[in-house]
Write a protein of this length. Structure first.
Length: 323
């Protein structure tokens, strides 16, 4: 089956997000010897073309327009539909991010192609891509493929190994004019959170706190540990509901789904709804006073103790080792 595979690259702070680099690796696998084309929109598109090529794209198409400076569903979907070829079998790969989740159903419906979301791995059998995605809040997995030749997939961050950067790779770059009209939503302002730091869904290391931290102040030791490790701070809904932290940090069924290399859960009981968002992390360390806490069932390293003793202890050791 012939697949020309396209990857919509997302940018954050003027540079390509790591999930888009992972999407390129997925695209390369699907495409085999067929071409992989990266697509970048916005004012920083041109300067990021080389990154896409060095990580697996054969060609990069860029477009800029006032309406593409900030993401809107209307703007991006119109631009994408003008950039993608008509009536040809294609696969489009997008990160399973806030943008990917919003854009993919619109584009799939407009083109009339299948959509498989939140894939965590893929294989190619007899030239046909087979995608694995979690179901039942991560308790089972299903394998899916497209009925038709064309399709759109979104890939979960931190699950597909990116291709190493190859600076010797060269590719074609083309800049296209797009015509965008009838934007029904206007982004008036974007307010960045103070100390927003690493995006939780892409973080390689997460230190998460639960109701066991007991107060907003109680998150301080976790923030210090996350700082030393170069990671991000997350939370259970229990901690968010108690007002100890912002809901933007919530991990779980109704929060963010994360798959970091290291997940440290401190003062989190391990309710099924929390596990749904983090149980596929590579290594899980749980710190809890209660030896019967269900979080220990999914933990690789189990520390029974008071998080206010254990967490500063780990931080101190890491700092000592570094100096
Ligand atoms: P608790 O269950 O109160 O656990 C606190 C833990 O801290 C305990 O295990 C205790 O032993 C330990 N502890 C206390 N003090 C210390 C200390 N000093 N040192 C070490 N350990 C200590 N929850 C989520 O997290 N994410 C979701 O997305 C989510 N979605 C939900 C959706 C629905 C529809 C529903 C019904 C619930 C959802 N929940 C979600 C809530 C979930 O059921 C739990 O209530 C919540 O995860 C509990 O948070 P917690 O573990 O922080 O609190």
């Amino acid at each position: 089956m012939t697949h020309h595979v396209f990857v919509l690259g997302e940018m954050k702070d003027g540079t390509v997000r790591s999930v888009s680099i992972e999407a390129l690796a997925a695209a390369r696998k699907i495409a085999g010897n067929h071409p992989v084309t990266g697509i970048l929109f916005g004012e920083h598109a041109n300067e990021n073309s080389d990154i896409m090529i060095q990580h697996g794209a054969d060609e990069v198409i860029t477009a800029d327009h006032q309406a593409l400076r900030q993401y809107t569903t209307d703007g991006y979907s119109q631009a994408l539909l003008q950039v993608l070829p008509d009536n040809q079998p294609i696969v489009l790969v997008i990160g399973h991010t806030a943008i990917g989740k919003d854009l993919s159903p619109r584009v799939a419906a407009k083109i009339g192609m299948g959509l498989i979301t939140d894939i965590v791995s893929l294989e190619v059998v007899n030239g046909k891509p087979i995608f694995t995605r979690p179901i039942y809040a991560g308790k089972a997995f299903e394998k899916k493929t497209f009925k038709e030749t064309s399709g759109l997939v979104t890939i979960r961050p931190n699950n597909v190994e990116p291709l190493p950067k190859d600076q010797s790779r060269h590719g074609k770059k083309s800049h296209v004019q797009v015509n965008i009209k009838d934007i029904r939503t206007v982004v008036k302002d974007v307010m960045k959170k103070a100390g927003g730091g690493t995006d939780l869904s892409e973080a390689k290391i997460i230190v998460a706190g639960g109701r066991g931290v007991k107060s907003a102040e109680g998150f301080k030791p976790l923030e210090e540990l996350a700082d030393v490790l170069g990671g991000a701070v997350g939370a259970s809904r229990g901690a968010c509901d108690a007002g100890y932290c912002d809901y933007a940090l919530q991990i779980g069924q109704t929060g963010k789904v994360v798959t970091p290399d290291l997940y440290i859960a401190a003062g989190i009981s391990g309710a099924i709804q929390h596990l749904a968002g983090m149980s596929h992390s590579r290594v899980i360390v749980a710190i809890n006073k209660d030896p019967e806490a269900p979080i220990f069932d999914v933990a690789d390293y189990k520390i029974v103790g008071d998080l206010f003793d254990v967490v500063p202890h780990i931080t101190k050791h890491l700092k000592d080792d570094a100096s």
